[in-house]
Design a protein around this ligand. Structure first.
Ligand SMILES: Cc1cc2nc3c(=O)[nH]c(=O)nc-3n(C[C@H](O)[C@H](O)[C@H](O)COP(=O)(O)OP(=O)(O)OC[C@H]3O[C@@H](n4cnc5c(N)ncnc54)[C@H](O)[C@@H]3O)c2cc1C
Length: 407
């Protein structure tokens, strides 16, 4: 049992200059928060409470280079001690009260708290064994299973499903991907764009079954909606994640598809902030609450959070960005197409590189590129600056995006 820390007698919001910060969640957002606090000269106590026993590690390579066998470990930094914090790994936060975090091993007083508990994969019903790809241990277990001829069923043709299918096919597995929506990536980028990625599966020798919901995971296979059955040696469920916030019910921290924070990343509880996959932030740019599962947000939001935790009032207001590597292609997406009124293609989707552009009126609001990093970089600047674009010129890949925007 861990010794109980002294509860700070100050108000839950604590003194104006905090003396004891507790960070819940030992992923990228938790680690980056501590790095940013130290970078800003914060010299007080900081405790990292993380449910996983491993020190913070990077997740994107788990479904890519690590799964391909090109990488053994993705630990984020080997010199955690240099940050001068107390590391409570293998300890799970169970309850939050004003000024006090309770865990399965004790309690920690704080005058500022950061919630960075990430997200957890959604399970399917059924009594069969389903595997997931979220943690380094998940990835190492899965990688060890991949062998030529393994009948691998992946439920979900989202980012993780596509990346895992890529690696498993390359390792000689017999891969079937089942997707309830009419096309891969439909939830993220719409069925029209998602359908353009379907041929990539076939070319890699992966069987893709779009429009096929799964009823349940059973021993030896999947019960399919409509009465079918798919026999499989291993089943990976990759149908999405939920923010890991159930333990905060009744804590006074408002929840709204994640930890609801304002544009300064403050929760409804005094002195409590949130960042990363668990954070549902108020976007000034898009005038709505948003939650993403983007590495870039877990990396960058902590800089704003740390500044505000130490007394600042900056807004977090990014143009969202993420990438995926699948079937030998680099996909990048920048922006948010929620308010778009049309989408145009830039180049031939059968070609090695192309892009999709979402427009609202004459503004470029989002861009997806396939093997087109230059377009991504220019598109990001156009989106950020709000410069109007000429749609006809934008659809011509021979014209630079910055020139399509110059009019
Ligand atoms: C396989 C994989 C591939 C990905 N690839 C990409 C990519 O290509 N591009 C991209 O943009 N994004 C990608 N992502 C998403 C990206 O990795 C996440 O957005 C990022 O890791 C989120 O970081 P986080 O710190 O918010 O959460 P996490 O990394 O999930 O960390 C949260 C930590 O909090 C811990 N925790 C949870 N509850 C508690 C509790 N009650 N008490 C204590 N600790 C707790 C968890 O165990 C976990 O260790 C990928 C994710 C995965 C899983």
């Amino acid at each position: 049992m861990a010794p109980a820390s002294a509860v700070n007698p100050a108000s839950p919001a604590g003194p104006s200059r905090p003396e004891r910060v507790v960070v819940v969640g030992g992923g990228l957002a938790g680690l980056r928060t501590i790095e940013e606090l130290r970078a800003r000269g914060y010299a007080g106590a900081v405790t990292l409470v993380g449910a996983e026993k491993r020190p913070p590690y990077d997740r994107p390579p788990l479904s890519k280079r690590l799964m391909m066998g090109e990488l053994a470990d993705t630990t984020l930094r080997g010199d955690l001690d240099a940050l001068g914090g107390e590391l409570r790994l293998g300890e799970t936060a169970t309850r939050l009260e004003p000024g006090l975090l309770r865990t399965d091993q004790g309690q920690h007083g704080f005058d500022r708290l950061v919630l960075a508990t990430g997200a957890t994969p959604v399970c399917l019903p059924g009594t069969g064994r389903q595997r997931f790809l979220r943690t380094l241990d998940d990835a190492l277990t899965l990688r060890a299973l991949l062998r030529p001829g393994l009948r691998l069923a992946i439920v979900g043709a989202g980012w993780i499903g596509a990346e895992l299918a890529t690696a498993a096919a390359a390792r000689g597995c017999q891969v079937t991907v089942l997707e309830a929506a009419p096309a891969p990536l439909a939830a993220a980028v719409g069925a029209e764009i998602g359908a353009l990625t379907a041929p990539w599966y076939a070319a890699a020798g992966v069987e893709l079954r779009p429009g096929q919901p799964v009823e349940s995971v059973e021993p030896g296979g999947l019960a399919l909606s409509g009465g079918g059955w798919l026999a499989a040696d291993e089943i990976v469920t990759a149908v999405g994640v939920r923010p890991e916030v159930g333990w905060l019910e009744g804590s006074g921290v408002a929840l709204d598809n994640g930890v609801a924070v304002d544009e300064q990343l403050r929760t409804s509880a005094p002195g409590v902030f949130a960042a990363g996959d668990c954070m549902a932030y108020w976007s000034l740019r898009y005038r709505r609450r948003l939650r993403f599962e983007h590495w870039d947000m877990a990396l960058r939001a902590p800089a704003v959070l740390a500044g505000n935790l130490l007394g600042g009032t900056d807004a977090y207001d990014p143009v969202p960005y993420f990438w995926s590597e699948q079937f030998g292609r680099m996909i990048q997406y920048v922006g948010f197409h929620g308010a778009a009124d049309r989408m145009i293609l830039r180049g031939d989707p059968a070609a090695a590189r192309w892009a999709a552009c979402w427009l609202a009126g004459d503004l470029l609001v989002a861009l997806l590129t396939v093997n087109f990093p230059r377009d991504l970089a220019q598109g990001r600047r156009v989106i950020e600056s709000g410069t109007p674009v000429d749609a006809a010129r934008l659809s011509d890949p021979a014209i630079l995006i910055r020139d399509a925007a110059a009019g």
